[in-house]
Design a protein around this ligand. Sequence first.
Ligand SMILES: C[S@@+](CC[C@H](N)C(=O)[O-])C[C@H]1O[C@@H](n2cnc3c(N)ncnc32)[C@H](O)[C@@H]1O
Length: 277
Amino acid sequence: MLAAVSTQSARTALMVAAYRARATARKDAICMDPYATALAGDDGQAIAKAYDAVYPHMELWIAVRTAFIDGLVGRFGALGQIVILGAGFDTRSARLARPGVRFFEVDQEEVQKAKRARLAAIGGYPDKATYVTCNFEKEDFLDRLSAERFDASTPALFIWEGVTPYLTEAAVRSTLRRIAQRAHEASVLVFDHLRRKIVVGDVQNPKDLESRAFVADLGEPLRFGIDYPLPMLYEEGFRKVRALTFDEICLDATGTYDRERAFRFQGVVLASRTTAL
Ligand SMILES: C[S@@+](CC[C@H](N)C(=O)[O-])C[C@H]1O[C@@H](n2cnc3c(N)ncnc32)[C@H](O)[C@@H]1O
């Protein structure tokens, strides 16, 4: 019996886990998360099923995003520390564990509690993560990480996946600033973002408005969107920036572009102070 997830904040995270589960089960799977089905549970699957009717491309988006970031863990994992910000039901610490690499998961207390309750209920999960609670709107995740033996004097890979749309611009900027100014200069950050239009509702297609309303109804309204993130990253201290469209990483992952501009609102960014990206 899975632990009930009572918090509103965990519902988008559950939905994403459900999409990862479905993507993993495909014959031509782009990403692999063997724990996602158990973590998502029937409630996660039900949310994903309801969202399909609004935005049928979400499973592909999540599959490509997961695979792209998994690839970065392979590329930058040797940095030795991987910090997953807004981790939700992330399972990389189990799936991508390797000797000498520490994984930290940062999330709101209630979401983390819900995840850990589910992990305990499914059993057999090789739980290697160090858990740190933080609300990015009002707390300092780097102080909290340091209290858990995160070493800011050595580089880290920071993963911030599917989180920025739900934060205020102030929280997005303070998170960027902390990484740029207080983590080791060779640290690397990856995050995804939405464009401003969809966040503020300046869209013509009723389906886009429906999609925006759906996530708000899950308890996490869209709050932050940006079209061209490079100036913000520069202002907050990064000097190496690579901004990609989702179409680019989707083309890499699938070899096709036949999606009728389904990913026109999504972007992915890699940033560092000194590491070439
Ligand atoms: C859509 S889920 C993504 C979860 C996970 N990164 C993934 O891709 O599967 C959004 C995550 O952001 C977290 N989040 C939202 N607002 C937050 C805040 N103010 N402080 C900390 N985490 C937050 C939620 O708790 C949730 O885990």
